[in-house]
Design a protein around this ligand. Structure first.
Ligand code: PYC
Length: 426
């Protein structure tokens, strides 16, 4: 059993080779990674959304600022939204200095996450390649490489011969329909096990006293005299002076409950996975022109994604058009995998902002904060967002690293244009 004290803090079972052996030999089971709780009538902070952003915010509130009277509420289950539906790519090769600094901090936090959370998050920095098939994308790759280098992030433009060495199965010849002119190569980029990140943060936050309230749907946000007072949920009302919207897919709907309007349009994004084959693809490969990205898991499956569906919708159904187009584009790049079979496809919801950067920080409603607008790039930002939102809540001051992502930028014309660094064309 997990040890517990009166403050709600408890010591989770340590995951180690020794404990694995001991429990294997004695037959002793493992305790649940996080507990279930009845709702308290009031919390210091209520976070809506038990994905990586909400859980990381709760974890860093507890670990960095000792604020533990915190509830993370979710209408579904931990990591059941965008945090469990993404293609698990981590990188910091963005276009704007603000974006590069922000995502680089996330990579640094991801690098130490497994040790910090005692949870194997399988972060594999296998290198990330963004292909250029025409002069204008090559120019953008050069631009990104220069900004990255200035910010101390490892990225460079390489030519077809070097690409071939990194990805021997790729057709880099000039006879193809979209010849590859070069690529932005970003060695620290790679993939991570997204479920493990969600579960690790949930376990870490729970062990410090945070309540994770699954199956708890927020039906309204109580705002009086310009300040947030709490939330209404399907399990009862909760009073709280701070409510944080950490949802993805429903960010504008949840914010509207507090009377805050966001410049967000929600689109589905589909992905697919193949049967497993012997590992042959080391790097993550992205082609904006062909609207495709691919990586291979440790188990050998190829994970594919494309651009967002071209219509606004809250549907999470897969479509045949997606699979057909994806297959066509993938085979342009790697004709030799033509016989592989797709096993499964799914979709997540992406809250797209006008400048392809997130919306983070305070809102015109006192105590109502947002960490939203994550488009197709939210998972990789989980740790840095959690760290920065926790700092904002604890100190009341917006940390420099998220200052340019404020909501007011849209009214004041200070956009942070990251479209050129989105994984695929939109
Ligand atoms: O931003 O790297 C990315 C990404 C990959 C898949 C969707 N977005």
């Amino acid at each position: 059993m997990a040890a517990m004290n009166g403050s709600g803090v408890h010591k989770p079972a340590k995951y180690s080779a020794f404990n694995l052996l001991r429990r294997g030999l004695t037959g002793e089971g493992w305790p649940r990674a996080w507990r279930t709780h009845d709702l308290r009538p009031a919390y210091d902070v209520v976070i809506i959304g038990a994905g990586v952003h909400g859980l990381a915010t709760a974890y860093y509130l507890a670990v960095n600022h000792h604020i533990t009277n915190v509830a993370v509420v979710d209408r579904g289950y931990v990591g059941g939204g965008g945090s469990g539906r993404n293609t698990a790519i981590v990188r910091s090769n963005y276009l704007t200095p603000e974006g590069v600094r922000f995502y680089d901090r996330s990579v640094k936090l991801y690098e130490r996450l497994a040790a910090e959370l005692n949870f194997n998050v399988m972060f594999s920095q296998r290198g990330h390649l963004t292909l250029a098939h025409n002069d204008s994308s090559l120019r953008t790759m050069r631009w990104r490489a220069e900004v990255n280098k200035l910010e101390g992030v490892d990225s460079e433009v390489i030519g077809p011969a070097e690409i071939k060495k990194l990805v021997p199965f790729m057709d880099v010849g000039d006879e193809t329909r979209y010849p590859i002119l070069g690529a932005l190569y970003h060695p620290p980029g790679g993939t991570i096990r997204h479920d493990a990140v969600n579960w690790g943060y949930a376990r870490g936050a729970d062990s410090l006293g945070v309540h994770i309230l699954q199956n708890t749907d927020v039906t309204g946000i109580d705002v009086r005299e310009g300040a947030v007072r709490g939330v209404h949920t399907t399990r009862g009302d909760i009073a709280a002076p701070i409510v944080v919207n950490c949802t993805a897919g429903w960010a504008s709907i949840v914010s509207a409950m507090a009377g805050v309007s966001l410049p967000i349009i929600t689109h589905p994004l589909q992905a697919a996975v193949t049967e497993p084959v012997k590992v042959f693809l080391e790097a993550v490969v992205v082609s904006g022109t062909l609207h495709v990205y691919v990586s291979q898991t440790d188990r050998g499956e190829l994970v594919f994604g494309a651009s967002t569906d071209p219509y606004a919708s809250y549907s999470m159904r897969g479509s045949l058009e997606f699979t057909e187009e994806l297959a066509g584009h993938v085979l342009e790049l790697m004709p030799s995998i033509a016989k592989m079979r797709v096993l499964r496809q799914w979709a997540g919801l992406c809250d797209m902002t006008p400048d392809f950067s997130p919306i983070m920080g305070m809102t015109p409603v006192d105590g109502f904060l947002v960490d939203v607008g994550w488009g197709t790039y939210g998972f990789k930002a989980g740790p840095v967002s959690g760290e920065a939102m926790a700092q904002l809540i604890a100190t009341g001051k917006t940390p420099e690293i998220i200052a340019s992502f404020d909501l007011a930028r849209f009214a004041e014309g200070r956009l942070v244009g990251e479209k050129g660094a989105a994984a695929v064309g939109h």
